[in-house]
Design a protein around this ligand. Structure first.
Ligand SMILES: [Zn+2]
Length: 64
């Protein structure tokens, strides 16, 4: 299903496709359409609303 989230970097509204069959709790990453930075998204299925509750964090850059 498609759900909206707000970019943790710039606040831009983005859509993300979440596959319910992949589990009730999922960790996803997605590039913002606005600022192109990476968001780390935790999706937790909410059985009351029948949607995923999303929490969005900025990706912590890994040192190479
Ligand atoms: Zn952004």
């Amino acid at each position: 299903m498609e759900q909206l989230y707000l970019c943790a970097h710039c606040g831009e509204e983005n859509e993300i496709e979440i596959e319910p069959g992949d589990g009730e709790r999922q960790r996803l990453s997605a590039d913002c359409v606005g600022c192109r930075q990476v968001n780390m998204i935790t999706a937790q299925y909410n059985f009351n609303s029948n949607e995923f509750d999303l929490s969005v964090e900025r990706e912590i850059p890994e040192s190479l």
